[in-house]
Design a protein around this ligand. Structure first.
Ligand SMILES: [Zn+2]
Length: 347
């Protein structure tokens, strides 16, 4: 692509990652079970979600590119985009040419005030828009994958990024390019040189001669990963297929994860605000996420084994509304088994 030829400087996307202290904390108490890190990222949307998109400006041509390239992901992922310009849209796109290309990552978009963009498309060359939508659905930068083996020539990178079109100071370049995600913050595959989530940079930016190409289509691994068990598999239930739970039911509801990667989805109505507890019991090591009120995209809490043994338990103060509890096996690749679930009002 001409704009990323050898003569032009790389246009580098930066994904806006909220610092750890702004990430949603677990409101649950750890009551026992084995010691294990809590699912670290938690930035994926609920499988099967419809994410609404609002344009904050943009020409008809720009908007058409957005719709086309967002669709590259939804051909494979169990997600939908609705371009309805809703005031409550999860994804808000501005087209400020002086602000580069960036996006907040996945569910972090929810933490941004509704009158502010969650994505800027200051340039839309090649697959830039698809790349930014990759961030918006929870993907990080492939070139920051610790498995990538890239050894940056920091001096060169800092010097080049200080020039047009980025004009970054050293701290910004360190944050956007040089800083690698710590291994416990990502869930990914091996380094994929064809990933749309990779950005072009020349080989003299590295000490070990690794450069990258600008990728302008989803790679085979991108397609597999986004449709896979860790992200948005089509085999999992969507919000319309959720199983209804009655709060304070006398009997626990039996369920099972019958296939690797399968997710179960439950819905319950809170008619009286208060503290509610949702827990699982059984031999199956499950992870639970709670969404609501009246939203399948607003994450309230996430838990893996605060409950007894390997069970999940969430206690949260809930207002009136409908809530979704999503349950999957801790090990999506190999785990399955039976469990029961119950929700009750504790005070
Ligand atoms: Zn990016």
């Amino acid at each position: 692509m001409a704009t990323r030829s050898k003569e032009s400087r790389p246009k580098v996307c930066f994904d806006r990652v909220l610092p750890r202290d702004m990430m949603r904390l677990q409101p649950t108490m750890r009551l026992g079970g084995r010691t294990r890190a809590i699912a670290p990222i938690g930035k994926t949307w609920m499988n099967g979600s419809t994410l609404r998109v609002r344009f904050m400006g943009g020409t008809a041509a720009q908007r058409a590119i957005v719709k086309e390239q967002a669709g590259w992901w939804t051909q494979h992922a169990n997600l939908r985009f609705e371009f309805d310009n809703s005031p409550n849209a999860e994804i808000r796109i501005r087209f400020d040419p002086d602000d580069g290309a960036w996006s907040y990552v996945g569910t972090d978009c929810r933490g941004i005030p509704a009158n502010e963009p969650t994505m800027n498309l200051g340039f839309m060359d090649g697959g830039t828009t698809a790349h930014e939508f990759g961030h918006a659905i929870g993907l990080a930068h492939e070139h920051q994958n610790p498995a990538g083996g890239i050894v940056w020539n920091e001096e060169v990178v800092i010097r080049e990024c200080a020039k047009s079109p980025n004009f970054w100071d050293e701290a910004t370049t360190r944050h956007n390019i040089l800083r690698k995600y710590s291994a416990d913050q990502i869930k990914g595959t091996a380094f994929d040189p064809n990933s749309i989530m990779l950005y072009f940079f020349p080989s003299d930016w590295t000490l070990n001669g690794i450069g990258t190409q600008a990728n302008e289509a989803l790679s085979e691994l991108d397609r597999q990963f986004i449709a896979g068990a860790k992200m948005y598999p089509r085999s999992a239930p969507t919000v319309l297929e959720a199983t209804e739970l009655q709060p304070n039911a006398t009997r626990r509801t039996a369920a099972s994860i019958g296939q690797f990667g399968e997710e179960d989805l439950f819905v319950f109505a809170v008619q009286r605000a208060g503290r509610y507890v949702i827990d699982t019991k059984g031999p199956t090591d499950v992870v639970m996420k709670l969404f609501g009120p009246d939203s399948a995209t607003a994450l309230i809490a996430e838990d893996d084994d605060s409950g007894l043994a390997y069970n999940a338990r969430i206690a949260a103060d809930l207002v009136e509304g409908r809530y979704y509890a999503q349950v999957r096996h801790y090990n999506r690749a190999t785990g399955k088994g039976n469990y029961t679930i119950r929700v009750w009002r504790s005070k």
